[in-house]
Ligand binder design. Structure first.
Ligand code: NAD
Length: 277
């Protein structure tokens, strides 16, 4: 099971993270829980990893410029993941709600990616996105921030948050790909809103990323095609990651044994004290 909380005001009010997560793993024979794991870092890595996996199949081979709207935890992790699959990236432009947040993004990422040139866009979305090879929106906003005109032919767009782009962005893309379209449909992303408004149909969606990774459908086919990727975020992926984390932790001798329940209920030595009939 994945437990997750998303509290966007944490960031401006307390300077703390928006998302917090825990995993609980249970075995299938008796149904007993066997591990509780911190899940925030793994969740954020998963979000970046899914987007980067899509970029591996759909972003331009020699992508040089990546643009962001949103500079929070997801944006940071996305940059690291994208740079892993597209080492050719040399410039990162970032815009956010405030320029302080943009500068914090640059302060934290610059030492990790010393070869990257960072540009803080002073809250100007066009400055961050216009003409970028890879575009990422990862905001807590609910507004059409990304404009279709900023997405050049041949670029790849990764959509992370809720409503972040005008409908014309998806409409102009040759391929729309999701982690799971059936799930996206029923949520609150731009694509979900378009579907509910009758502006997008099943036939407009190229497919799910799994189909491409499995080789059933090709990734990028033309240099000038625009590709739109939306991962809504699938908790079962996190649970699979949690199991892998647990196994590695056991192999490495990490973690702590916890006794969650000491006895069976009626074996409890003081059970009689608790029961007053
Ligand atoms: N798709 C997924 O798998 C997945 C997983 C986790 C989180 N999310 C979503 O990703 C989004 C970002 O999460 P986070 O943890 O990075 O949040 P965060 O609060 O750390 O960062 C949000 C960013 O959005 C920016 N922003 C807000 N309003 C804006 C506006 N009007 N114009 C420009 N920038 C604006 C803020 O400046 C900030 O940089 C959230 O919507 C969250 O729910 C998606």
């Amino acid at each position: 099971m994945k437990w997750v909380s998303v509290f966007p005001p944490n960031v401006p009010r307390f300077g703390l993270q928006n998302l917090t997560a825990l995993f609980v793993l249970s075995e299938i024979e008796k149904g007993f829980p066997f591990a509780v794991l911190e899940g925030t870092l793994a969740s954020n890595i998963r979000v970046g990893a899914m987007a980067a996996l899509a970029a591996k199949h759909f972003a331009p081979e020699q992508a040089r410029v990546i643009g962001f709207i949103g500079s929070g935890e997801q944006a940071k992790m996305n940059l690291l993941a994208m740079k892993t699959v597209r080492p050719s990236l040399v410039q990162c432009r970032v815009s956010a709600k405030t320029s302080e947040e943009e500068h914090q993004f640059v302060r934290e990422l610059e030492p990790i990616l010393p070869d990257m040139e960072f540009v803080a866009a002073d809250t100007d979305g066009a400055c961050a996105m216009d003409g970028a090879d890879i575009l990422v929106t990862a905001t807590s906003a609910q507004a059409p921030l990304l404009k279709a005109a900023w997405m050049k032919p041949g670029s790849f767009y990764s959509h992370i948050g809720g409503w972040e782009d005008e409908y014309a962005v998806a409409k102009q893309c040759e391929k729309i790909v999701c982690d799971d379209w059936e799930t996206v449909k029923h949520r609150t992303q731009t694509l979900s809103l378009m579907y509910k408004d009758g502006e997008l149909d099943d036939a407009d969606v190229y497919g799910d990323l799994t189909e491409v990774v499995a080789g059933d459908k090709p990734g990028r086919e033309k240099d000038d095609e625009r590709v739109y990727f939306n991962a809504v975020g699938l908790a079962f992926v996190d649970v699979a990651i949690a199991l892998a984390m647990y196994r590695r932790a056991r192999e490495a001798g990490k973690g702590r044994e916890l006794t969650m329940q000491e006895t069976m209920i009626f074996d409890h030595p003081r059970m009689a004290d608790y029961v007053r009939l």
